[in-house]
Design a protein around this ligand. Structure first.
Ligand SMILES: [Zn+2]
Length: 233
C-alpha cells in the first residue's frame, strides 16, 4: 500500500513538473504527427509509382488501440502532394477528433480492417493491375498467386510455393454494406494479406506502416507479374 501511495505521489509530482511529457494527449499528438508524416511520404511515393492517381487511394495508421483511433487521409486529396497537416484523427465511429476536413469516403473499410486484423496501418491503391485482374478474375471470386519468389515479402511467408488468395468483393458505393461484408470475411480468420474491390483497387495492411508499405509493393509487383504473364506482355 505504501509503495502505491509513494508511486502516486511521484506520479503527481512528475506530472506537475513535466506536464508536456506525461500528458497522454501530448504523447498521442506526437504519435499522430509521426504517423501522418509517414503516411504522407508513402502517398507521395505511391503516386510516383502510378498506384494512386487522380486523388484516388487512401491511407490510415493506428494512433491508439483502446480507444480505437486512426490517422487517416481527408477525402479528395492529390496523393502526390500530401502533407501531414491534411490528415485527420478519427474514432471508431469515424468521427473526426483531430484536424479539419472530411475523412476518406472509404473510412469504414479502414476501421473494419483495424478492428479485425489489429493492423497498425491500412493502405489502399487504385493501381492498373489490381483494377484489371479484379475484373478478369471476378467469376473465380479471388486472385490466386503462387510460385513467385516475391511472395516471401509477405508477413509469415517463407517459400515461393506459398499460395496467396486475394478475395474479390464486388465494388459498391454503399461503403457501410461493403465494410460489413469485408469485416465478416476477415473475422473468418482467413490467412490473407489483402483483398481486391472489383474494377477498383487493392487493400492491404501490416502490423506497422513499414510492413503495410512492403505489402503494397509486394502485392502490386505480384499482380503485375500475374497480369503480364496471363496476357503475354
Ligand atoms: Zn478506393
Amino acid at each position: 500500500m505504501h509503495a502505491i501511495i509513494r508511486a502516486m505521489a511521484r506520479s503527481r509530482k512528475g506530472s506537475a513538473s513535466k506536464p508536456s511529457r506525461r500528458a497522454p494527449r501530448n504523447v498521442s499528438s506526437a504519435r499522430f504527427d509521426k504517423l501522418a508524416a509517414g503516411l504522407a511520404e508513402v502517398g507521395r511515393s505511391f503516386y510516383q509509382r502510378g498506384w494512386v492517381l487522380g486523388t484516388s487511394g487512401n491511407f490510415s495508421a493506428l494512433v491508439s488501440d483502446k480507444p480505437l483511433r486512426l490517422a487517416i487521409t481527408s477525402t479528395g486529396l492529390d496523393k502526390g502532394a500530401l502533407d501531414q497537416k491534411q490528415f485527420l484523427e478519427i474514432d471508431d465511429q469515424a468521427r473526426v477528433v483531430r484536424g479539419d476536413g472530411k475523412p476518406s469516403a472509404e473510412t469504414a473499410l479502414h476501421l473494419a480492417i483495424a478492428r479485425t486484423r489489429r493492423a497498425g496501418a491500412v493502405l489502399h491503391t487504385h493501381s492498373l493491375w489490381s483494377t484489371v485482374l479484379s475484373d478478369a478474375l471476378a467469376a473465380a471470386g479471388a486472385v490466386t498467386i503462387e510460385g513467385f519468389e516475391m511472395l516471401k515479402g509477405l508477413d509469415g511467408v517463407h517459400t515461393h510455393q506459398h499460395r496467396e488468395i486475394l478475395p474479390i468483393f464486388e465494388n459498391s458505393q454503399d461503403i457501410a454494406e461493403l465494410a460489413a461484408q469485408v469485416q465478416a470475411r476477415l473475422e473468418n480468420g482467413a490467412a490473407m494479406h489483402g483483398f481486391l474491390l472489383r474494377r477498383h483497387g487493392l487493400y492491404t495492411w501490416g502490423r506497422d506502416l513499414a510492413e503495410a508499405k512492403r505489402h503494397v509493393e509486394i502485392l502490386e509487383f505480384l499482380l503485375e507479374a500475374l497480369g503480364r504473364s496471363k496476357s503475354g506482355v
